[in-house]
Design a protein around this ligand. Structure first.
Ligand code: BGC
Length: 250
């Protein structure tokens, strides 16, 4: 099935047409900067521009940087506070004229990696962490997702973890990869202590630079970069939409 997969982030809105049976993107991905302030109206209009770019009129899967319950946002860490309690799926469907299925962005990336990437066939506890403007988390137990985990909001050294070791912090504080990697190592050690996972998968922009910080990670848990690197969010959002469409048919 072809679905427009969209990854909505604090700094960019990225989309591509995805073949959900192979997990491959068909053609180029397109990126538009996230409007500031990132209000519902402004973001819906940006999504519409993306849809127009692809001349798309089919279903859309959206990974969104907030907790999402049945299409409604319940948090807003890196987006405008007016998103809280907003029905994201309805606002996006109204703006684009397409059916929209909305899921937390890290959960979306996790779904892609479990189905086609580094987590394929992996049992036990797999934790995916996306490193971008914020820190996103997705936990799978024997392949089943526990949604909306928000582990980027744990406290680290008196700060919220995503204010301590996200990619945005690395850039803003001009941290070397070594210094940032040591911070991120502390964060993963905390997650390892609390959750005892079998595998960590790292997604988001920084996962593409895994070689720059892998030597700073001292864990007993295996750590792999996401196989689809920064595209996992787009692919996973499309997979989520496909799963919702399939569920509606039963
Ligand atoms: C949000 C999460 C999101 C993560 C990555 C955090 O600030 O609270 O919902 O998954 O950023 O975008």
């Amino acid at each position: 099935m072809m679905i427009l997969g969209v990854d909505i982030g604090g700094s960019g809105i990225k989309g591509a047409i995805v073949d959900t049976s192979s997990g491959l993107m068909i053609g180029e991905r397109h990126r538009i900067a996230t409007p500031q302030p990132a209000t519902p109206e402004a973001m819906a209009q940006t999504l519409k521009q993306l849809v127009d770019h692809f001349e798309w009129s089919g279903p859309i899967g959206c990974g969104f940087p907030a907790t999402i319950h049945h299409g409604v946002a319940f948090s807003a860490a890196n987006i405008d506070a007016s998103w809280i309690q907003t029905p994201v799926d309805r606002i996006f469907a109204d703006a684009t004229g397409c059916p929209c299925y909305v899921v937390n962005d890290a959960d979306a990336a996790g779904m892609a990696e479990m189905r086609f990437g580094a987590g394929q066939g992996r049992q036990g506890v797999v934790m995916l962490i996306t490193i971008g403007t914020g820190l996103g988390s997705a936990i799978f137990v024997n392949g089943h997702l526990h949604p909306n985990t928000e582990l980027g909001h744990l406290k680290m050294k008196g700060r919220i973890a995503e204010h301590y070791c996200s990619d945005a912090v690395r850039q803003r504080e001009e941290l070397s990869w070594g210094k940032w990697g040591r911070r991120f190592n502390r964060y993963l050690q905390r997650l390892e202590f609390l959750f005892n996972p079998d595998l960590f998968i790292l997604g988001g922009g920084s996962a593409q630079r895994f070689d720059r910080f892998r030597d700073e990670l001292h864990l007993r848990t295996e750590v792999l970069p996401a196989a689809s690197l920064n595209q996992a969010g787009i692919i996973g959002a499309a997979l989520y939409a496909a799963s919702q469409l399939a569920a509606a048919q039963h």
